[in-house]
Design a protein around this ligand. Structure first.
Ligand SMILES: NC(=O)c1ccc[n+]([C@@H]2O[C@H](COP(=O)([O-])OP(=O)(O)OC[C@H]3O[C@@H](n4cnc5c(N)ncnc54)[C@H](OP(=O)(O)O)[C@@H]3O)[C@@H](O)[C@H]2O)c1
Length: 248
């Protein structure tokens, strides 16, 4: 990024967010929101980084999150870039039997993010400038038995971002949808790692470049764009035969 900016990161304890913090702290002022305050303190001390402002909140508490976003806005004199990085994968099979677990996955990955998008986009629209970037997932491109509750939430979020981007188009506010493939982080700690897994350092470096690129729907790493085009457009009959896609 060329000039120093006021950057708000929501979900700052996520492994990918911490890599963004490491890169963006060099020449920007950081405002951080994370659920676990003790963990954030430890993470920042390990990185030897002091943000301009930080606070803790569970994003499922949308009202308190709104209050803190407005506080960060006042403290900074206006956020230039907001990055929303938190999320949960949940246990897919458990979410198929227990609505409350499904609701938690959907609220954490979709409805709560919408509440923060409402706060941030209205503040930025009134000022006439700003960028909002949200980490979504390739899981949102086609429902699969392995993760369709999470995928549905991320897919809905992608659609919301698309609409918000068009609403704000030309008015100085840019909306980025950062569609990540699998990454080796605590979220995927129990998953068998194969060639498709990227490293947090690698995806964070790519994200920082994308935020200046005006590539508003980005696949990270980039090879996921053609792969997901094929997966999205695959006829049902072919999809069902390919068990690495349609199986558990
Ligand atoms: N890892 C992957 O393979 C992958 C692939 C595609 C997309 N993504 C998306 O990328 C983003 C970052 O993922 P990651 O892998 O870096 O995750 P991670 O290291 O597992 O961290 C997830 C973070 O989400 C925060 N969080 C969860 N529920 C929250 C809530 N209710 N309120 C506030 N914070 C909450 C946690 O906060 P605390 O630590 O403070 O409790 C945690 O730090 C997420 O949106 C994820 O869905 C991940």
């Amino acid at each position: 990024m060329i000039e120093s900016q006021d950057i708000l990161i929501i979900g700052a304890n996520s492994r990918v967010a911490l890599e963004l913090v490491r890169r963006l702290a060099r020449n920007n002022r950081l405002y951080l929101l994370a659920r676990n305050a003790g963990k954030l303190k430890q993470n920042l001390s390990a990185l030897n980084i002091a943000p301009s402002w930080s606070a803790s909140v569970d994003c499922l508490d949308t009202e308190q999150t709104r209050v803190l976003i407005e506080k960060a806005w006042r403290e900074s004199g206006g956020i230039d870039l907001a990055i929303i990085a938190y999320g949960i994968l949940g246990e897919q099979i458990a979410t198929e039997h227990n609505y409350l677990l499904a609701e938690e996955v959907i609220n954490t990955n979709f409805t709560c993010v919408v509440s923060q998008l409402i706060s941030l986009s209205n503040l930025m629209e009134a000022r006439g400038s700003g960028k909002i970037a949200v980490i979504t997932s390739v899981a949102g491109d086609r429902g699969r038995p392995r993760n369709y509750t999470y995928g549905a939430a991320k897919g809905a979020l992608g659609l919301y971002l698309q609409g918000l981007r068009s609403k704000l188009w030309g008015g100085g506010v840019e909306i980025y949808d950062l569609r990540m493939g699998p990454v080796d982080t605590p979220m995927t700690a129990t998953h068998t790692k194969d060639f498709s897994f990227a490293k947090p350092e690698q995806v964070a470096t790519t994200m920082v470049k994308i935020l200046d690129s005006k590539k508003y729907t980005a696949y990270i790493p980039g090879f996921w764009r053609p792969v997901m085009w094929a997966v999205r457009n695959m006829p049902e009959a072919v999809f069902q035969r390919l068990k690495f896609l349609s199986g558990r």
